[in-house]
Design a protein around this ligand. Structure first.
Ligand SMILES: O=P(O)(O)OC[C@H]1O[C@H](O)[C@H](O)[C@@H](O)[C@@H]1O
Length: 278
């Protein structure tokens, strides 16, 4: 089904401000503000409708990390999503689109629950809002992780500072999952970094993203933040990531990671990130 592999939906706000969503994973694969791309997608990313897309904003659900019952980071990023609502302008000119993923025989093999997951994307002049609504349509409670695996495009990761992490405890996946506390007001990334920061501040500002600007990430109901850069140390373990690409990306990933949420039947959970070009 070649047509389904390449299906994308484009939100267009005018002034060369667009957002492109690939229905494979409902992965946001491009966000351009006045023609300036804000998200990193690897030149080796695979768009075969099978593998998760290396870059943009893949959705991690219902599990973060290695998973005994299915692929790493769950099935949302490798599932085919539906368009719930085609892009439409709101009264103020912003563009909104909705996407959905519902349980099916494949998801049930890995995770035997009924659910509906809706992704709402709103494109503003200099902002991108991405929200999820998860409905438990099962007859029993379930637990889930959820994360927006945001790859920001940067000219040189060594020059980025990230705020909003000071004092937070973090799991360092590069140090056998040791637990540490972050002393720095501004976190810099100068080596292989893979950390799950717990209960971070509601806002992160990342400096020196494209054009030397700052990017603000505001998060709601998503308590944790993963900071990841594979560096040259682990770049070569990924077939879909160029060995020379690590300086040009930083993952700042808002999510529910350390403590999964328990959602009762007929209940819903909503979480949001807003990315703002400053
Ligand atoms: O290669 P992927 O499955 O897309 O995972 C990419 C990365 O995702 C997160 O940031 C994890 O903390 C990392 O440990 C992982 O390497």
């Amino acid at each position: 089904m070649a047509a389904s592999v390449s299906s994308v939906v484009v939100l267009d706000r005018g002034n060369n401000t667009t957002c492109t969503i690939n229905l494979h994973g409902a992965t946001i694969v491009s966000w351009r503000v006045n023609n300036q791309e804000q998200l990193f997608v690897s030149k080796l990313a695979v768009f075969d409708g099978q593998k998760s897309i290396r870059g943009g904003i893949p959705i991690v659900f219902p599990h973060f990390g290695q998973w005994a019952y299915g692929p790493q980071h769950g099935f949302a990023r490798t599932s085919r999503w539906s368009v719930e609502k085609q892009p439409e302008p709101l009264d103020n000119g912003d563009i909104e689109a909705l996407f959905s993923l519902v349980d099916n025989p494949i998801t049930k093999q890995m995770w035997n629950y009924s659910f509906k997951l809706v992704l709402r994307v709103i494109l503003r002049e200099k902002e991108l809002q991405v929200s999820f609504n998860l409905y438990n349509t099962s007859v029993e409670p379930f637990q889930f992780n959820m994360l927006f695996h945001t790859y920001l495009k940067v000219p040189d990761v060594r020059k980025c500072n990230i705020s909003g992490l000071q004092g937070c405890m973090y799991v360092d996946k590069t140090k056998e999952n040791g637990i540490y506390q972050e002393p720095r007001e501004m976190v810099t990334v100068n080596h292989w970094t893979d950390r799950i920061y717990q209960n971070t501040q509601q806002e992160h500002v990342i400096s020196n993203v494209v054009s030397g600007r700052k990017m603000k990430m505001i998060k709601y109901n998503m308590p944790d933040t993963v900071i990841w850069n594979p560096w040259d140390v682990t770049s070569n373990t990924m077939s879909d990531f160029g060995e020379d690409e690590y300086p040009n990306m930083i993952c700042v990933e808002a999510g529910i990671v350390i403590t999964p949420i328990t959602l009762n039947p007929n209940n819903t959970y909503e979480g949001t990130i807003v990315l703002q070009v400053m």
